[in-house]
Write a protein that binds this ligand. Structure first.
Ligand code: MG
Length: 379
């Protein structure tokens, strides 16, 4: 089997707003083969920039575009191709955008391997530890405590038994934030897990306060209360916070997680499969986490291919209790897959379908696809 083409599909909402929703443009990859199998991947980053990395020409032995490195190769050689993509982009890659693109390619290669062998990806990864993956609703803070309680009540009525809010006013007034968490607990009862995501760095003293003061209300984790590069801050925070601290969605590759776990005392790490280096690199992170007794709750705030890929990993990791499910009103909540994973009472079953188990919805793709001419203008 040989790869014949790496096709990029750039999607964009008609209006992209300056809000905490990183799911407004999207790069989908279709890796075609000479036997008719097509692998699907998704890249969670600045999509036009990622498209350029796939399509860029050769500039030197260590500064190649990625697509040309794959054509003619056997897509089942995932480890070797992963190493090649890393090595032959290292002049401009190694972290950030290039690894985001590598992530989408890796996801598509696993999809091909599953389709070629007739097995779901989770089985190829050694078999599932659970038959269904619990979901938490992940939503933006509307910025008004009363409105937040209404959104929480709606998610509970829709069957979610865990939910996360963030990126609004939470954290800006720490005493108000504690009151809001207390009100959420009263609204939701004791059976619902509540997560808080600050999203932007708070002062260390505020972060410590928020790790301590709402702890009596049972916060499952406090996410990204500090900037991703504040390693000293995370070490001091985890030493003082009874609430578990979670972070990692901005990282690429396994090495930052070694610092977060071994130096900073993180108890929950959040790799994003479509950013961190794909399914392959997420498994390396999960292996380290498992050896340290650290929980893995992957970041998953994009569209249907990532929502299909992430449970494949969660299914096989020993301590991975939740799949993040974007519960906002983003139009892509109804696409771009024709058969997307959707939680029923907060609990989607693992699929037996070969590969990732999702197909693209042509109508959604046509509706949101950026045509080549406008792509050039946008870039
Ligand atoms: Mg987050």
């Amino acid at each position: 089997m040989r790869i014949t083409e790496v096709e990029t599909i750039l999607l964009s909402l008609p209006e992209i707003r300056d809000v905490g929703d990183g799911c407004q443009d999207l790069l989908i990859l279709k890796i075609h083969t000479d036997v008719g199998i097509v692998g699907l991947g998704e890249v969670h980053t600045n999509a036009p920039a990622a498209k350029a990395i796939v399509e860029a020409p050769l500039m030197s032995v260590s500064a190649s575009g990625m697509g040309r490195l794959l054509v003619g190769e056997d897509p089942r050689d995932i480890n070797r191709l992963w190493d090649t993509l890393y090595a032959k982009t290292q002049s401009y890659g190694r972290r950030g955008l290039a690894i985001h693109v590598l992530s989408g390619i890796d996801i598509a290669l696993w999809d091909i391997l599953g389709k070629a062998t007739g097995m779901p990806v989770w089985r190829l990864l050694g078999g599932a530890r659970r038959s269904a993956v619990p979901v938490y609703a992940s939503d933006l803070d509307p910025g008004d405590p009363k409105a937040l309680l209404d959104v929480a009540a709606r998610h509970k009525a829709n069957g979610f038994r865990a939910m996360k809010f963030g990126w609004g006013c939470l954290g800006s007034d720490v005493r108000q934030t504690v009151q809001t968490v207390a009100a959420l607990r009263r609204e939701l009862g004791d059976e619902t897990d509540i997560m808080i995501d600050l999203g932007f760095a708070a002062p260390l003293e505020d972060a410590i306060y928020l790790g301590c003061a709402p702890a009596d209300h049972g916060v499952y984790f406090l996410e990204e209360p500090l900037g991703p590069d504040d390693l000293e801050g995370f070490a001091r925070l985890t030493a003082n916070s009874p609430t578990p601290i979670a972070t990692g969605e901005q990282e690429t590759m396994v090495r930052p997680y070694l610092d977060l776990v071994d130096r900073d005392g993180l108890r929950i790490v959040q790799p994003d499969v479509a950013r961190v280096g794909g399914i392959t690199e997420t498994l390396r992170i999960a292996a380290h986490a498992e050896a340290r007794g650290v929980r893995v709750v992957p970041h998953c705030w994009s569209a249907d291919i990532l929502i299909a890929a992430t449970p494949q990993v969660i299914a096989v990791v020993r301590d991975a209790p939740y799949l993040e499910f974007n519960a906002t009103d983003n139009p892509w909540r109804k696409g771009p897959a024709s058969n997307p994973f959707r939680p029923v009472d907060g609990l989607p079953e693992l699929r037996q379908t070969p590969g990732l188990g999702v197909d693209l919805d042509d109508g959604t793709i046509d509706r949101f696809r950026v045509k080549e001419a406008s792509t050039a203008l946008a870039v």
